[in-house]
Design a protein around this ligand. Structure first.
Ligand code: AOS
Ligand code: ZN
Ligand code: ZN
Length: 387
């Protein structure tokens, strides 16, 4: 029997990277609603991310997106972040918002366009050198809408060549994480549609290349925890983009749509050695807050991950192994469900207080006046970009 007291040290290892774009305005193709208090600058996004960390102790790094977060002096931005109490994390490249990329970027039939897209990623590595970031995350909007439109085989070869060029410029401590997505914005074929394609490319590149798993990027009903188990087994799970979805790539608050799925995923992360010191797996959020307040939306998100991590750590793995060996299907399932149904909220509140954090970070944020302050101070927030 594992109790909450047994897991407190392991819980302290939880760190979740928050995305800069979660603090900006975003929306669907129908409307982007402006939110009072939206950051006007990269610094204000970082200040908001640091606020999430201050109230939760869970979000020590913030991911940047280039060019949405382009500044003249990334060294100065790094120091600004450190002053705020956070570090700069993953650098996300963007080859999906330029007219040249209408028919593809790293997979475009025109070598000049491919070159431009490679160069952008090399520029992102320069940014990483200044920010001290470890990971370059590549997500491609590349694909086609109609059968016959593109040579899907040649595009794989172009992609492999382009990724190799980018990979070759990584520093010793840097990594490339390649994100897959089965559809959207392309609707017939996508050039990196699934974990297998991403795996094939990163395996060919070498040990500094890993797969990024965005939980919203699978067909409905996909067993995501199986993919997690397989990638960890292969040593190629580099990072997560956490979010939740009811229909497509909804980018809703992680754990909101299906807390049980989040629990099952985290169980496999822990089982496969993807959690805690020495692990290669980066936990990140990739979300948009279209109608809710953004900072408490992010606070809720990291708390959801913390809650499911606590429940997953409580899983009685010895008893589970015994039931499995005995072939006791129902006992094994009951042990699994017991951990999932354990209410850890009071224990977590106490755990936070012991560490000088607010017992209820949502309430503490509401009472802090930060929201009112940014709404008064910031006028004319920028749209952070689509994702
Ligand atoms: C797009 O659907 C992907 O989830 C990307 O990870 C991301 O949202 C975008 O590239 C912003 O970085
Ligand atoms: Zn993503
Ligand atoms: Zn996505």
């Amino acid at each position: 029997m594992t109790t909450f007291a047994d897991i407190t040290d392991r819980l302290a290892a939880l760190a979740i990277e928050v995305p800069s774009w979660a603090y900006g305005n975003s929306g669907t193709r129908f409307k982007v609603f402006g939110t009072p208090g939206t950051p006007r600058t990269v610094e204000e996004k970082i200040a908001d991310a640091a606020t999430v960390h201050r109230f939760t102790g869970l979000a020590p790094t913030v991911a940047l997106h280039i060019p949405w977060d382009l500044v003249d002096d990334f060294g100065a931005l790094r120091r600004y972040a450190a002053d705020q109490g956070v570090a700069l994390g993953t650098i996300n490249s963007n080859t999906f918002q330029d007219d040249d990329y209408k028919l593809g970027s790293l997979t475009h039939a025109d070598p000049k366009v491919r070159e431009k897209a490679v160069q952008h990623n090399l520029d992102c590595i320069e940014v990483m050198n200044a920010t001290g970031s470890r990971d370059l995350k590549i997500w491609l909007a590349d694909g086609t809408n109609y059968p016959g439109q593109g040579d899907i085989r040649a595009r794989q070869d172009w992609l492999a060549e382009a990724l190799q060029r980018i990979y070759d410029q990584l520093g010793d401590d840097q990594r490339l994480v390649l994100e897959y997505k089965f559809f959207e914005p392309a609707f017939y074929h996508t050039d990196v549609p699934d974990w297998g394609t991403s795996y094939a490319h990163v395996a060919a590149l070498g040990e500094k290349a890993m797969v990024c798993l965005d939980t919203g990027h699978h067909a409905p009903g996909t067993n995501i925890e199986f993919i997690v188990a397989q990638l960890l087994r292969l040593g190629k799970l580099g990072s997560f983009d956490f979010n939740s979805r009811f229909y497509a790539d909804d980018d809703l608050i992680v754990g909101a749509a299906d807390p049980f799925q989040l629990f099952r995923i985290i169980v496999e992360v822990i089982r496969g050695g993807g959690y805690g010191p020495g692990s290669e797996v980066a936990l990140m959020l990739d979300q948009c807050h279209n109608i809710e307040h953004k900072i408490p939306g992010q606070i809720r998100s990291v708390l959801n991950v913390q809650e499911m991590t606590a429940r997953a750590l409580l899983l009685d793995t010895d008893a589970l192994a015994e039931a499995r060996t005995a072939g006791d299907v129902l006992a094994a399932n009951e042990i699994f469900m017991d951990a999932f149904y354990t209410d850890v909220r009071r224990d977590l509140a106490g755990w936070r207080e012991e560490r000088g954090l607010p017992a209820d970070p949502m309430a503490a944020y509401d009472a802090s006046g930060y929201q009112q302050q940014i709404e008064a101070d910031r006028v004319g927030g920028n749209q952070a970009g689509w994702n």
